[in-house]
Design a protein around this ligand. Sequence first.
Ligand SMILES: [Zn+2]
Length: 126
Amino acid sequence: MPKTYQGSCHCGATGFEVTAEIDHMRVCDCSICRKRGALNFRVPKEALQMLTPLEDMTVYRWGTMTGADYFCPHCGISPFRRPSAPTEKELAAGATRFEGWAINLRCLEGVDLEALPVVTIKGSAL
Ligand SMILES: [Zn+2]
């Protein structure tokens, strides 16, 4: 059963809700995931409801410039991102396009991180 989770950055300037059935977390070793230390869970676009304006956040783009890392301009926490579009190489390897959000589970209340199975993503190899 999907559940609605309350999410926020550290200072509270960014607030949101995510409705999802969270049954695992993705730990990726790509250049940004390693440094962020995020535990990700992907949801469809409509599963994220902003309680504060998305426009108030700062967006960081890098690499292919197709992804977008949203972070709070006050406290610097990045609670979610739009994953990058797959490269030709990734598409050839069977990757599919994903139009939703990667939510940082560390920014949601009421998620038992220690109880969730880890799915390892080798983003660095793509
Ligand atoms: Zn903040």
